[in-house]
Design a protein around this ligand. Structure first.
Ligand SMILES: Nc1ncnc2c1ncn2[C@@H]1O[C@H](COP(=O)(O)OP(=O)(O)OP(=O)(O)O)[C@@H](O)[C@H]1O
Length: 696
């Protein structure tokens, strides 16, 4: 049939030169071939340059669907080694085989399936262009094809034409793919450059990628050593095609057995596609994947590592309910996007960090402004009083200030414990960061925890927003736990953990937060006694008492009274714009002899009051004069002994007199007497002191 052959060749030549559409082209080619050669199925495979991998380029079963389980359903790149194709590649000539014989040598599932469909004969035509073997054309038939020498010659020629067509098509596909890549990269770039919010950014990435590689799940997860993986962002595709973020806590509903660290560890660390049987095998081995398969109907997964550092691996994961949703090509495409996506993630995380720092700075700023308004930063120069006991204190302060050592400041009320804490902070390298004060006695017990550790949004009723705790706020700075002896026992345990491990969690949060905080604590209680009474944890006491600083009460250093007095006098006179007045010798002596239960603070108040009320040439200590007369601690040697009750009654009365009847509050009698206002009220009741009657 030479004429017919020539016209076929001409036809093919023409078709190949003019048809750009792969499907039309090969439909035409196979139809023509069938007219000449009685084959039942035609397959074209292509080979890579090293002939190690094969891809199915086209299958045509002439109307009869064969091999329903394997056709196009594998990742398209498959190895050559170990298959009969190895043999064809080694001797690239036109060959005819009996499938049964081939199968004796090789175990090859596609051929077994062909055989099961009644196919017996297999003709291989090498596809060559420019002397290079680029693929194979195979023709399969039920009946043995009788090929003449001319037929064989024709087939070889057809092979050459088909090879050109295949190469052209591949080149076109390659160009189209690169264009697609470029378009995607451009689209992604636009999104990545303009979006700074994490959720939105990842949603845009998911949507762009989904346009080319459809998926039902898109996520970026991070694996860190020794902890379950966590998501940077995760989305599920909705029926309307939009991507909705997945609930961060959705794994909380998992059966406990699945929430083990091992199960929650990321299994994907290499780029790969897991489809069909590969996915099923993986799901059988990995519990969590099996669960996701059941719950979400996931049947294939693609993963592409984005970033690997010593501490963490970040992986992009796509999943689909289709069993063969991804191929090696899709993976290659996704991998070309990795550098962009990595950069975008780094950007967005950097933005978040900046935001977090800005928020922290803002909080610190607001806090500091509040603080500055009430108290200025203290230095050692601010301490007045050169008594020997105080000299020892100053030396200890100067020694410990530059270290990160925890300091426990003890002393009666008003002895200057807070002043010491401020001085320690300001003398330390942390002075540029915040000094955060927490008054452990002034907070309702149920709020202290949130105050110290912060809480997540919705952690408890009323927690509308996330709140940063003071320990987090003080990161890099100092925290001052005032009245630490008042801390409830359960919080003592939590405080101990921070001191030991330097980490904590927000209430309602699962993330462990590390913090670098120097702790200063103060109390006017004798903590040893509190420990003995079971009200204070011994282990916490030892943790806090690393470097104790005890502030002596004013009565133990009467020589400091005068300089302190003069110091306050100068301050208040200036502050109030009052004229300078003299100090009577007897008043000074009375002040020095007084026992000062409220210590320096009480002295400060006495002077303040004197500056306010004095009119003449001398300072008047009206309220104090009475106290000074009755204050001597020792009674007359031979005088009548007064009962303790009387003594107590008088003492309370004097104090109330001084505070103009005020029991509680900063200027109340309870502060001066260093007892709880409720306790004072109870005592007053017991002693028959009625505020309104007695104090006018
Ligand atoms: N040595 C000192 N020199 C100058 N001022 C002092 C000195 N000691 C204390 N003060 C002042 O006395 C007042 C009370 O001090 P501070 O608040 O530090 O005492 P505190 O021991 O923390 O009291 P509390 O136990 O009641 O909290 C403050 O105004 C402080 O500035």
């Amino acid at each position: 049939m030479p004429d017919q052959d020539d016209s076929l060749l001409l036809y093919l030549n023409d078709a190949i030169a003019t048809t750009r559409n792969k499907e039309t082209l090969f439909r035409n080619v196979t139809e023509k071939l069938r007219l000449i050669f009685p084959f039942d199925a035609i397959t074209i495979i292509t080979l890579d340059a090293e002939h190690q991998y094969r891809r199915v380029f086209l299958r045509d079963y002439l109307g009869e669907v064969l091999l329903p389980d394997t056709a196009e359903r594998k990742p398209s790149r498959m190895p050559v080694e170990g298959t009969p194709i190895e043999q064809f590649v080694r001797q690239p000539q036109l060959h005819q085989y009996d499938l049964q014989e081939l199968l004796r040598e090789y175990c090859f599932q596609p051929f077994e399936a062909l055989l099961a469909k009644g196919m017996r004969y297999f003709t291989v035509v090498p596809l060559r262009t420019g002397g290079q073997l680029i693929g194979l054309l195979s023709l399969v038939a039920r009946r043995r094809p009788e090929l003449s020498a001319l037929d064989a010659d024709l087939l070889e020629k057809i092979g050459s034409l088909v090879a050109v067509a295949v190469t052209n098509t591949l080149a076109f596909e390659d160009i189209a793919r690169r264009e697609q890549e470029k378009t995607m990269q451009l689209a992604l770039n636009n999104a990545l450059l303009s979006i700074k919010e994490r959720g939105e950014l990842f949603r845009a990435i998911a949507a762009e990628i989904n346009r080319v590689v459809p998926c039902d799940y898109f996520g970026v997860r991070v694996r860190e050593a020794n902890s379950p993986t966590r998501a940077l962002a995760e989305f599920n595709k909705q029926p309307d095609g939009s991507f909705q973020p997945l609930d961060e806590n959705r794994f909380d509903e998992l059966p406990l057995t699945l929430r083990t660290k091992e199960s929650m560890q990321l299994i994907f660390r290499e780029p790969g596609v897991f489809v069909g049987e590969d996915f099923e095998a993986l799901a059988r081995r990995h519990e969590l994947l099996r669960y996701i398969r059941e719950e979400r109907g996931t049947r294939s997964v693609l993963c592409a590592p984005l970033d690997t550092t010593e501490e963490a691996t970040t992986v992009l994961i796509m999943a689909s309910r289709q069993p063969f949703a991804f191929t090696e090509e899709t993976l290659e495409l996704i991998l070309t996007l990795v550098p962009q996506v990595r950069l975008a993630i780094q950007n967005v995380l950097a933005f978040e960090q900046i935001d977090a720092l800005r928020a922290q700075l803002e909080q610190e700023r607001t806090y500091l402004i509040d603080e500055i308004n009430t108290t200025a930063a203290a230095r050692l120069d601010d301490f007045v009083g050169g008594s020997a006991v105080m000299q020892q204190v100053y030396t200890r302060l100067a020694q410990v200030a530059p270290a990160t050592t925890t300091v426990l400041i003890t002393g009666e009320t008003g002895t200057g414990k807070e002043l010491v804490a401020r001085a320690l902070h300001n003398l330390s390298p942390r002075k540029e960061r915040a000094l955060i004060k927490i008054n452990c006695a002034a907070l309702p017990a149920q709020l202290i925890e949130s105050e110290l550790f912060g809480h997540e949004k919705g952690a408890f009723t009323g927690a509308h927003d996330r709140r940063i705790g003071k320990f987090e706020l003080a990161d890099g700075g100092t925290i001052f736990l005032d009245e630490v002896g008042e801390l409830p026992l359960d919080l003592q345990a939590k405080l101990l953990r921070i001191l030991q491990e330097k980490e904590f969690e927000r209430i309602g949060g699962r993330r462990v937060i590390h913090t670098d905080v120097r702790v200063l604590a103060a109390t006017n209680r004798v903590l040893e006694d509190e420990v003995a009474a079971g009200r204070f944890r011994a282990d916490l006491y030892y943790r806090l008492n690393v470097f104790p600083v005890r502030l002596p009460p004013l009565r133990e250093r009467p020589e400091d009274v005068e300089p302190l007095m003069r110091h306050f006098l100068e301050r208040f006179t200036k502050q109030m714009g009052k004229p300078v007045r003299g100090l009577r010798e007897r008043d000074l002596r009375a002040l020095q002899q007084y026992i000062w239960p409220g210590n320096v603070r009480e002295l400060e108040h006495v002077v303040e009051q004197a500056v306010i009320v004095s009119q003449g040439a001398f300072l008047e200590f009206q309220g104090f004069a009475a106290a000074a007369q009755t204050a001597p601690a020792l009674p007359e040697p031979n005088g009548p002994i007064r009962t303790l009750k009387d003594q107590e009654r008088d003492h309370i009365l004097q104090t109330l007199h001084r505070t103009a009847g005020r029991v509680s509050g900063p200027n109340g009698a309870a502060v001066l007497l260093d007892i709880n206002p409720k306790t004072l009220e109870a005592r007053m009741k017991k002693l028959g002191i009625q505020r309104t009657v007695e104090v006018k």
